[in-house]
Design a protein around this ligand. Structure first.
Ligand code: ZN
Length: 458
């Protein structure tokens, strides 16, 4: 088999861990069949004849994973920023998303979104589409064509939508979801489906039960929203009076991360999981006794201690979306606490609660809001550092896709080449300073090359 083998040469930078960055000037990142073979200051003997793309002094960093954004909302980004979540959804978002029933509008809007995402600092993304199956498939076709690696969800919502944006019933929603999954089977190499109940207020218990079944049948990951806004949290309590906290309203249906293996019997499992039905319980459990449901929950701004513990115990990923949390005045998530507890935390732009697709901007926002939280709310919780923000943007979110977000051997080869020569300075500066400046000062001009899974995308 012919090997796809090449090296990028330049100033290489990636996370060693949450607290430390590795800087390797004049070094080589080797890509072998889509995987990183390592970073070397001199090419080892076995690689000495491989093609080398010399990037000079440019920075070479792993790609960023945008762990949470809404493709249909990109069309109106930067507008309607004067409302809180529930009013914002009803007044702006739902009427806008309803337009994707029209495939010609969807084509126009998604072409712009996909083109801009392709040319952004994002190599991977977990994306909400709308409830419309044809438009969701069109978006997936376009993303596959772009070369990016993405997870895309047809949204489920059978209550509290708008007359023009709501599925007819739980059964209709589930049926349409199954049809979507069947239609895309085998169609893509690097575009994956992800189950997407919009959030608890949008989904009846009957629909959640159906989605739990679909998750177990198709072994799908799940994405949704959690504890974003006070009004939303109070509403969930009303809608799901038996839930102990918001996250429990997902967990009751087996849609909240991977439960550890149980040594007990099915009945014990059912009671422990909060399922008060025997329906399909056995299928909930994998051969080693674990219930496997990789899950991303966006926001977690106001999660209770109990909810945070369940997020940790069940390996749920937190998509921290600081720009959106600021724009629609949701609050400031306690990310210092999440990082110190060892939770999986990635960054999301949450377009169009957030207005910018830039993951560098998401890093800057994460650092800035953490300083406000420290100053105004809790001085025991130190602000987020550059190293931590970079980690969240690369490995933090990337690990949801597997070994993604680093140049260590065995990671998938996602790389960005950054030319920062337009950010001028008269003095000598360190590589770390160059990276930090890109966090605050970059724009599209700084991105001059992008690889995903070893594929050249731009
Ligand atoms: Zn969102």
């Amino acid at each position: 088999m012919k090997k796809d083998l090449f090296a990028l040469k330049g100033t290489i930078c990636y996370s060693k861990n949450q607290k430390e960055l590795v800087f390797a000037e004049n070094s080589y990142a080797v890509c072998e069949n889509g995987l990183c073979a390592g970073v070397f200051s001199q090419l080892p003997e076995e690689y000495k004849d491989i093609p080398v793309k010399d990037m000079g002094d440019r920075l070479i960093i792993p790609g960023f994973t945008d762990l949470h954004l809404h493709a249909p909302q990109y069309a109106y980004r930067g507008t309607g920023m004067d409302l809180e979540l529930l009013d914002w959804l009803n007044t702006i978002t739902f009427p806008q998303e309803a337009k994707y029933a029209d495939l010609s509008y969807a084509k126009k809007a998604y072409s712009i979104f996909v083109d801009d995402l392709k040319h952004s600092f994002t190599t991977r993304a977990c994306i909400f589409a709308t409830l419309h199956r044809p438009a969701t498939e069109l978006l997936m076709d376009m993303l596959e064509e772009s070369g990016l690696a993405t997870m895309v969800g047809k949204v489920n919502m059978d209550r509290n939508g708008a007359p023009e944006l709501q599925e007819k019933s739980a059964q209709a929603s589930a049926q349409d979801t199954r049809q979507w999954l069947e239609e895309i089977k085998g169609r893509y190499d690097h575009t994956y489906p992800i189950l997407t109940p919009r959030f608890t207020p949008s989904c009846t218990d009957e629909l959640m039960t159906e989605l739990g079944k679909i998750q177990r049948e198709y072994h799908l990951p799940v994405q949704s929203h959690l504890s974003e806004n006070f009004g939303e949290i109070a509403w969930v309590k009303e809608l799901c009076p038996t839930s102990r906290f918001y996250g429990d309203a997902y967990d009751m249906f087996g849609l909240f991360g991977t439960k550890p293996a149980f040594n007990t019997n099915e009945a014990d499992f059912a009671s422990a999981s909060g399922l008060n039905t025997t329906d399909n319980t056995a299928a909930h459990i994998s051969s080693d006794g674990a219930s496997v449901c990789p899950t991303i929950m966006a926001h977690c701004v106001h999660s209770t201690d109990e909810e945070i513990q369940m997020i940790k115990d069940q390996g749920v990923y937190v998509a921290h979306c600081p720009e959106s949390n600021t724009d629609i005045a949701s609050g400031i998530a306690p990310v210092r606490r999440y990082l110190d507890m060892g939770l999986h935390v990635g960054l999301g732009t949450d377009v169009a609660g957030g207005f910018s697709l830039s993951m560098f901007r998401a890093m800057a926002d994460a650092i800035q809001v953490s300083k406000l939280r420290w100053r105004l709310m809790d001085q025991t919780q130190a602000p987020v550092t550059l190293e931590e923000a970079f980690y969240m943007a690369t490995i933090g979110g990337g690990s949801f896709f597997g070994k993604v977000g680093s140049f260590e051997k065995g990671y998938e080869f996602d790389a960005m080449i950054l030319d920062d020569s337009n950010i001028r300075h008269p003095q000598e500066i360190s590589t770390r300073d160059r990276l930090e400046r890109l966090v605050y000062l970059s724009d599209d001009r700084n991105l001059v090359g992008k690889y995903v899974q070893g594929r050249k995308v731009i």
